[in-house]
Design a protein around this ligand. Structure first.
Ligand code: SAM
Length: 444
């Protein structure tokens, strides 16, 4: 949209741009087109635009092959967009984007997020669309320049802070353009920048306990000028050794540690579990083709020799009939980062299916559930497709909340069954192979 079109649209709507809603409208066509190109849209992409305003960016998005959803808080602008894009394949939601439920985006395709964000809510919007319950695989955002500088900041700069470290743990962040305020109408007082965020790949991510990482980083930056050793408790290890091992000065302040050094520090406080050692110590009952116990063998022997053994999958529903799915952490040896049943696990030697189910719920989700509330749904016979396991599936009703075992579960949420069915059809590789089978059989 060019400036005269913006002016006339605002006149027609009798809309005086609101500072509180960050209503500064982009009137440079070349930048709007360029902005959109940065999403590298391909077929199968699902693009969400936050704060489309009068549609300066949306009009270019609509020339692409992606499915488009626009979330605009101002009812007058949402109505304007309905008229402007009538007949086009676009979903317009009139809602405060900070309240948007990102769960609904799972299963829609490769989700990409774009927007010239309203400044007052940029930070909560960033948090919402970059947390584990957002499937976004790319964000291209217009932000206030200072905020952009903070997101992409490097250690030992005044911009580098808790937000830089927490976001850079999981995202690659790049400022791709700086914009003068003159490209907007009305021109804001501050300059802007366009930032691209892409998630780190599994091989780039360094495992650590995320919640604790964020707590420690925030504590470290709570008084920037203070030495870290005076801010965070190191009674459980020697600070001097830690500094030497991780490679920072004993008197370092928070801003001197790189993201990798922060992760190393967190892993000193909460060492990551030795999954291999844990697995090596596990014993399973080996069973025959009728699920009768033959012997007990170590986990490794069972898996290497494809011996029949036992497992449970538990489907936890809430009162609304939604099913809780968990996302496995990247630490898991099998299917890291995949979505799975509410909880699942092997039956240990000497344990019954029911006992294993209760234990898995306790260990992975931090909840004590009585055996009698678990109802058998079906039992899958052992087969090569499901790793030679007999799988007993149970269901139960529980509303949460859950306390995730941080080494096992990255996140989790309740989803409607219709969404899960559609998600399974559209993006089966998001799920563990067993859930693909359990899910299809148990959900119908
Ligand atoms: N994308 C348009 C452009 O580039 O010309 C408008 C960008 S303007 C900086 C921000 C837009 O976000 C406005 O249309 C404003 O009404 C909208 N907005 C403000 N707060 C919002 C919120 N919480 N949720 C969704 N939209 C919001």
């Amino acid at each position: 949209m060019i400036l005269s079109e913006i002016r006339s649209a605002l006149n027609q709507l009798e809309l005086i741009p609101s500072k509180g809603l960050g209503q500064n409208f982009l009137h440079d066509q070349n930048i709007a087109r360029w902005f959109t190109q940065q999403l590298s849209i391909e077929q199968g992409d699902y693009v969400v635009e936050i704060g489309p305003g009068l549609g300066a960016i949306s009009e270019f998005l609509l020339q692409s092959e992606a499915k488009i959803t626009l979330i605009e808080r101002d009812r007058r602008l949402a109505n304007f967009l309905e008229t402007r894009f009538a007949g086009k394949d676009v979903t317009i939601i009139c809602e405060d984007a900070t309240r948007f439920d990102t769960r609904q985006l799972f299963g829609k395709g490769r989700v990409k997020v774009i927007g010239n964000l309203p400044y007052s809510v940029s930070t909560p919007l960033l948090e919402k669309f970059t947390n584990a319950l957002s499937p976004a695989c790319m964000l291209v955002l217009g932000l206030q320049r200072e905020l952009a500088d903070r997101l992409a900041a490097q250690p030992r700069t005044k911009e580098y802070g808790a937000m830089s470290v927490c976001l850079q743990r999981a995202w690659n962040i790049k400022i791709i353009k700086r914009l003068p305020s003159s490209v907007y109408y009305p021109a804001p007082k501050v300059e802007s920048a366009i930032v691209r965020l892409t998630p780190k790949t599994q091989s780039e991510l360094i495992p650590c306990e995320i919640e604790f990482f964020e707590q420690l980083v925030r504590r470290g930056f709570s008084e920037r000028r203070k030495q870290l050793r005076k801010l965070i408790d190191s009674s459980s290890f020697s600070w001097k050794d830690a500094a030497e091992r991780i490679g920072f000065s004993e008197t370092a302040r928070a801003e001197e540690l790189s993201v990798e050094q922060w992760i190393a520090l967190v892993n000193l406080y909460r060492p990551p579990p030795d999954i291999q050692a844990q697995n090596a110590s596990e014993l399973f009952d080996v069973v025959d083709e009728n699920d009768q116990v033959l012997s007990s063998e170590p986990r490794g022997t069972v898996h290497v020799n494809n011996l029949r053994h036992r497992a449970v999958h538990i489907l936890i529903f809430n009162q609304a009939g939604e099913l809780f799915l968990q996302k496995r952490t990247i630490w898991k040896d099998k299917n890291p980062g995949k979505w799975d049943s509410s909880t699942a696990g092997h039956v240990d030697a000497g344990e019954s299916y029911l006992e294993a189910a209760v234990r898995e719920i306790r260990e992975e989700l931090g909840v004590e559930i009585a055996q009698e509330t678990l109802k058998p749904v079906l039992k899958l016979p052992s087969s090569p497709e499901i790793g030679f396991e007999f799988i007993q599936i149970y269901r139960t009703v529980y509303e949460g909340p859950f306390t995730f075992a941080s080494a096992e579960v990255e996140t989790g949420a309740f989803f409607s069954l219709s969404q899960i069915r559609q998600w399974l059809r559209a993006m089966p590789d998001d799920f563990t192979p067993v859930f693909k089978i359990c899910g299809e059989k148990a959900l119908g």
